[in-house]
Design a protein around this ligand. Structure first.
Ligand SMILES: Nc1ncnc2c1ncn2[C@@H]1O[C@H](COP(=O)(O)OP(=O)(O)OP(=O)(O)O)[C@@H](O)[C@H]1O
Length: 244
């Protein structure tokens, strides 16, 4: 794996007559966690989907671990992706759903590993229950666990805190905090600036507006206080008013 886990190189996206992304350059280093922030409609989900190889850019390229993603579909296995509406087999249990995924990726000692993930997301008690009985927050916890099943090098999470309660958010924060030391990387789209009342667990935040990356900040540059990422963002963007 190169030191650059993800590189978006002059990525543009046009849908119909609309330019949604304008020559976006973004690098996520190995073990680095980056928040992709911006107002509604800025193009965050579109950029994340392109980085996740779910959507093709109109121009520009995405590199995963230094390799061009468009030419190597196998790189997909290095990614853990959460976008809206994860699909599960509703009549199967949470555990069975994750085990299917684990077998697909040839995860060793799958049962133990999957049970560990369910436990980390606070789903141990419901592991054997069919997913159709899960609440929205429980499904979101399961969807997060699923992104981790194959120990991906890069997590791409779009609004993962949606529907999570305080405890679920804290569990996710813990998972994301553990990524850096394991050399795993994160691209996180969120409107939640203090999830579960805690600072965003990222090393850097970038601001996307009108399809352009317009600013960035490292958590370390803000007096070493990651809680300041939220303040940094709020000072730049006032909801509904665009750039402040
Ligand atoms: N398939 C599509 N067809 C037409 N327009 C689209 C399509 N997908 C996205 N868009 C438009 O692209 C722009 C960016 O959308 P995107 O979902 O990437 O924004 P976002 O920053 O994630 O917004 P939000 O914070 O509201 O989730 C929006 O104006 C949206 O309407």
């Amino acid at each position: 794996m190169s030191e650059e886990t993800l590189r978006a190189d002059r990525v543009s996206k046009q849908i119909g007559h609309r330019r949604i992304l304008h020559e976006v350059n973004l690098v996520v280093g190995r073990g680095e966690r980056v928040a992709l922030l911006g107002p509604n409609g800025a193009g965050k989900s579109t950029l994340l989907r392109i980085c996740a190889t779910l959507l093709k850019p109109t121009s520009g390229q995405v590199f995963i671990g230094g390799e061009p993603a468009a030419e190597k579909p196998a790189l997909r296995a290095r990614l853990g992706v959460l976008v809206e509406h994860t699909l599960f087999y509703m009549s199967l249990s949470g555990r069975e759903n994750l085990l299917l995924y684990a077998r697909l990726y040839g995860v060793p000692d799958a049962r133990r590993w999957v049970d560990g993930l369910l436990d980390r997301m606070g789903l141990a008690l419901f592991a054997g229950e069919p997913v159709r009985t899960y609440s929205r927050g429980m499904r979101q916890r399961l969807a997060i666990a699923r992104t981790l099943v194959h120990s991906p090098d890069l997590l791409l999470l779009d609004e993962p805190y949606t529907a999570l309660d305080q405890e679920g958010s804290a569990r996710l924060n813990e998972v994301l905090t553990g990524l850096g030391p394991e050399g795993r990387s994160l691209l996180l789209v969120t409107h939640e600036l203090e999830p579960g009342g805690a600072p965003l667990p990222v090393d850097r935040a970038v601001l996307l507006e009108g399809g352009r990356l317009v600013d960035e900040v490292t958590a370390g540059s803000l007096d070493g206080d990651p809680a300041q990422v939220g303040r940094w963002y709020r000072e730049r963007v006032r909801p509904g008013l665009g750039r402040g």
